[in-house]
Write a protein that binds this ligand. Structure first.
Ligand code: ARG
Length: 572
């Protein structure tokens, strides 16, 4: 249990006695003491008594002697709590012996679907897909580590009217030629050429429209050409995932097309439930409370006027399948914020239909854009969208150059491996260390900097600790007695003890910048500790105790970075 909870458990009964009703003591880390509670201030207004009196009375009733070396009233009525060295040392000892670093496996395992990445066939992945892939992968890793059953759902865009023109273009090019172009990752030019032909050439456009009908009707030749497009794209996306070092596999592609057979029944069921209304020839559901700018109710189109099904119907079918056949109780959608409305409506309709009922819930894990240094949407020099692979290659080559420069002894193979870990780590960390709701600026210098809140800084802290053990010829020590006398030791210990709490919160809110921030504070506290407290030059039990702190810090950095999808090379 973390210290906030331990202290809360002791203060809450005392507050309740004084107030006569339950009170949340609101225990927080503080600059003045180790922890502070300001609950007496709010309570004073309610009880009409001086806050300092209330605080003093709470202290009389609270059993803190075994946890705190000091507990006092300060200022207008704060409770300042100083944790006893012995208590803190005991927590560190327990943590050091715990392979899970104070993060228990969940007592209530759930099946969680993480819908992420989801690029579109025959289209280049853009930076929005990068964010989805990085955030979604962190969510999958974290929830899996906590003991949940995670289903990775890569909701590939592999269906819809554009496939008519794509297949026609493929047929024009010849299969071999097209496969060649697509496998090189020339997805954008393939798509654009098809689009240009569609716009300029009426005969081509007509053929394309007939192709859509053939595709939907299951014409074998058309289906085979479509499969070719899908497979080539999947293969290409897999190379990107490989480079990005994410946990998605071929088995995680659950393309939109896989829901085709469910679309009809889904709309029929909505209709049977009396939820469908005709509007302009289209079948619509108007979820209650969803109002457009003009004040009119907004429709979710579940079947278009041409009787085709679109994005919304597919998402409804996916929900039904995920909460039904898959038995999921938590659905995460890691998709950019512009699609917020879409998901709100889809969830509302699914709830109306009874496919999404508490305790099962769906959450839109939305995110902002990546901006260029000019503060505008990231664009290539030519003004087009930035090719993801190019971005990753640039990260790796910059990081490899840095690694070579810093450590000329690294062999070529090791430099390449370090460059990959650092470059990809930097990209992921820049994303995850920012509040996902906001846009952020892609800044190479900053994300590759060795100090500051960056992946290289954390990776460096990790490798530095490992080198301490290497230099001393020591294996990690787990069982030495811990003693904490120096302020820098205590500060580090508080960060170590706080890990479990942060991980638990992030599992709920999927705001990975809190985990990143915690790792950063941990590494910074380590660095101060290492400056002020000799480790290998210390003697006897002090040396042993400090080695425990070192090893624990390294393990926590390693695990924390793993959860963010970032590697920790042993030497940088
Ligand atoms: N393919 C979509 C896009 O590129 C994202 C799909 C997100 N997932 C979902 N279930 N709708 O915008």
């Amino acid at each position: 249990m973390d210290l906030e909870n331990l202290l809360t458990d002791r203060l809450a009964p005392a507050f309740a006695t004084v107030a006569g009703v339950p009170v949340d003591p609101v225990v927080r880390r503080s600059q003045r003491a180790d922890f502070q509670s300001d609950a007496a201030l709010a309570l004073a207004r309610r009880l009409g008594r001086p806050p300092r009196d209330i605080a003093a009375q709470v202290l009389e009733h609270a059993e803190l002697a075994d946890l705190c070396s000091r507990a006092e009233v300060s200022g207008p009525g704060f409770l300042n709590l100083t944790v006893a060295d012995r208590t803190l040392a005991g927590l560190i000892t327990a943590l050091a012996a715990d392979r899970r670093l104070g993060v228990p496996v969940t007592a209530e395992p759930e099946t969680v679907v993480v819908d992420y990445s989801a690029p579109n066939v025959a289209k280049e992945m853009h930076v929005g897909h990068l964010r989805s892939t990085v955030i979604g992968d962190a969510a999958a890793r974290l929830l899996e580590w906590l003991g949940h059953r995670v289903v990775r759902a890569n909701h590939l865009g592999d269906w819809g009217t554009p496939f008519g023109m794509l297949i026609e273009h493929l047929a024009d090019l010849g299969e071999a030629e097209a496969a060649q172009e697509l496998s090189m990752g020339d997805l954008d030019s393939f798509y654009k050429t098809a689009r240009a032909k569609f716009d300029a050439d009426e005969a081509f456009a007509e053929r394309s429209r007939r192709r859509v009908v053939a595709l939907q009707g299951g014409d074998p030749v058309t289906r085979r050409l479509w499969r070719l497009l899908v497979e080539q794209s999947e293969r290409y996306f897999m190379t990107v995932y490989d480079m990005l070092d994410v946990t998605l596999t071929e088995r995680d592609f659950h393309g939109e097309s896989s829901y085709n057979d469910l679309l009809g029944p889904v709309v029929e069921e909505l209709d049977r439930l009396g939820l469908v209304r005709e509007s302009g020839g289209a079948a619509c559901v108007f979820p209650p409370g969803v109002i457009g700018r003009d004040g009119e109710p907004l429709p979710l189109i579940v079947r278009k006027s041409d009787r085709g099904y679109g994005y919304a119907a597919t998402d409804l079918a996916a929900i039904r399948q995920r909460t039904g056949a898959l038995g999921a109780t938590r659905l995460l959608y890691v998709v950019g914020l512009p699609q917020r409305r879409h998901f709100e409506m889809v969830y509302a309709v699914a709830a109306q239909a009874g496919w999404l009922a508490p305790p099962t819930r769906a959450e839109h894990v939305g995110f902002g854009s990546i901006l260029g240094s000019d503060g505008r949407m990231l664009r290539s020099r030519a003004g087009g969208s930035v090719k993801l692979v190019g971005l990753l290659e640039e990260a790796i080559s910059r990081a490899t150059a840095l690694a070579r420069e810093r450590n000329p002894e690294l062999g070529a193979a090791e430099a390449a491996e370090v460059g990959r870990a650092v470059g990809i780590g930097a990209i992921k960390y820049a994303d995850l260390s920012n509040d996902r709701h906001r846009d952020y600026v892609l800044d190479w210098e900053r994300m590759l900097a060795l100090d500051g809140n960056t992946a290289p800084y954390l990776q460096y802290a990790y490798s530095r600790i490992r080198s301490i053990f290497r230099r001393a010829g020591l294996a990690a020590r787990l069982d030495a007695a811990v003693s904490l006398a120096e302020p820098a030791e205590r500060a580090l210990a508080f960060e170590l003890v706080g890990f479990g709490r942060v991980v638990g919160e992030v599992a709920d809110n999927l705001e990975f910048h809190h985990l990143a921030g915690h790792l950063y504070r941990l590494a910074a506290a380590f660095s101060t500790f290492y400056e002020r407290c000799p480790v290998l030059r210390a003697e006897g039990p002090v040396r042993e105790s400090r080695l425990v702190l070192c090893d624990l810090t390294a393990r926590m950095l390693e695990q924390g970075l793993y959860l963010l999808g970032i590697r920790t090379p042993e030497r940088l």
